[in-house]
Design a protein around this ligand. Structure first.
Ligand SMILES: NC(=O)c1ccc[n+]([C@@H]2O[C@H](COP(=O)([O-])OP(=O)(O)OC[C@H]3O[C@@H](n4cnc5c(N)ncnc54)[C@H](O)[C@@H]3O)[C@@H](O)[C@H]2O)c1
Ligand SMILES: [Zn+2]
Length: 366
């Protein structure tokens, strides 16, 4: 089992990574000295597969879990679902010392985390992420929240879990498309922070695509280490944490103009990262061969890197970028790479250059 610590003073916690860890959920929670009453929040895809195992593990360790099942999919990340969860917690008489376990992907993690952050002004929270994206990204770092009609993740909190348990065995049932989408965030860590991780991904991609346990364990652990390090330095996104948004300004805009229908998040940010690499070449002199390696790794991972948008769609994309919640004072700032493994945040990009890159990359299909 790999362990990565997220060092945040008295809110520090461990991320434990390994195959078969779900069976240890009860024992691991017992170490946290929590009350016996707890709730597992999961969704309609994950609960039938892993709900029973989670319940059994907790019961064996002396806990009294109740299972709350929410609908699968992004639309469940709503106030309505959250209210339904609160009501079930109240009906089960969960108290201040009780705790909530999030068993699922990023949707379940964000929603259950927000429920835990707010129910009785905060109860303890354990993450058991079951998608690759959740294991390397959303379960780590304490951002929790929900969507409004006006936009994604507009309401939320910083609320750190007490433990993150990544059972790699749960990834076996993840649809290939979802798995590839998770790889998009994995590749991101190489680009923003670790050139040798990027090299390893170039070398071990076939093994990763087969979900080979040892490679997967090492890569998930490294991604969690990087995220933990960034969050340690900048928990509430005053600065450095912004580097985690590499490729996301364009990616989020693509998701928004396609009404969150056409692309999975990981797919949209694959396109966004390739566009950001192209901008980086122009603005920071990212060498052309590195730009090519970035695009080719996404391609080999089966992720989209080019898309055909017509002129009105490209206009909409630029408009959507200006609406991104990370934009301040109307100015779009980009995370750009000087080379693979070294990025800088807060770069303004001239509008004509941005339009040029978008017109080039997002109007020709290859
Ligand atoms: N908090 C953060 O820092 C952060 C970071 C990145 C993304 N997010 C959020 O994460 C969400 C996306 O997360 P996601 O990609 O995990 O999506 P998701 O939770 O919707 O999961 C994707 C799909 O896979 C299914 N699934 C989950 N685990 C499975 C398994 N083991 N086997 C079979 N099916 C499984 C789910 O039911 C769902 O249909 C978004 O809402 C995004 O805003 C949050
Ligand atoms: Zn992302």
């Amino acid at each position: 089992m790999g362990i990565v610590n997220v060092p945040l003073g008295n809110r520090s916690y461990d991320i434990k990574i390994g195959t078969g860890l779900l069976a240890r959920l009860g024992a691991e929670c017992a170490r946290l000295r929590l009350d016996t009453r707890c709730a597992i929040i999961s969704d309609t895809n994950v609960a039938p597969r892993y709900g029973k195992a989670a319940q059994t593990a907790l019961t064996r360790a002396g806990f009294a879990p109740t299972l709350i099942i929410i609908p699968a999919g992004e639309t469940a990340k709503s106030l309505k679902t959250i209210e339904a969860c609160y009501n079930q917690l109240a009906a089960q008489r969960l108290e201040r010392q009780s705790f909530v376990v999030a068993l699922g992907g990023g949707v379940v993690g964000d929603l259950a985390g927000f429920v835990a952050a707010t129910y009785l002004r905060g109860v303890a929270f354990v993450q058991v992420p079951t998608t690759l994206l959740a294991q390397v990204d959303s379960s780590v770092g304490g951002k929790v929240g929900l969507n409004l009609k006006a936009g994604k993740n507009l309401v939320g909190a910083f609320y750190q879990p007490r433990l993150v348990l990544c059972d790699l065995a749960t990834l076996a049932s993840l649809p290939m498309r979802e798995y590839r989408a998770g790889l998009s965030e994995v590749i991101k860590y190489g680009i923003i922070y670790d050139a040798s991780l990027f090299q390893r991904l170039e070398r071990d991609l076939p093994k990763l695509l087969r979900r080979e346990p040892r490679t997967l364990a090492a890569v998930v652990a490294r991604c969690c280490e990087i995220k933990a390090e960034v969050v340690r330095q900048d928990e509430t996104e005053g600065g450095l944490r912004a580097i985690l948004n590499f490729g996301h300004t364009i990616g989020h805009a693509l998701e928004a103009i396609s009404h969150y229908g056409r692309y999975l998040h990981g797919e949209a940010i694959a396109l966004g990262q390739v566009a950001a690499a192209r901008l980086s070449a122009q603005v920071l002199g990212l060498p052309a061969p590195e730009m090519d390696r970035i695009e080719s790794l996404f391609q080999r991972a089966g992720l989209p890197t080019r898309v055909k948008l017509n002129a009105p769609q490209r206009q909409k994309l630029l408009a959507a970028m200006r609406l991104d919640k990370k934009v301040s004072g109307g100015e779009i700032k980009f995370v750009l790479a000087r080379r693979i493994g070294a990025v800088e945040f807060g770069h303004k990009v001239p509008a004509n250059l941005l339009a040029e890159v978008i017109n080039h990359q997002l109007s020709t299909s290859h």
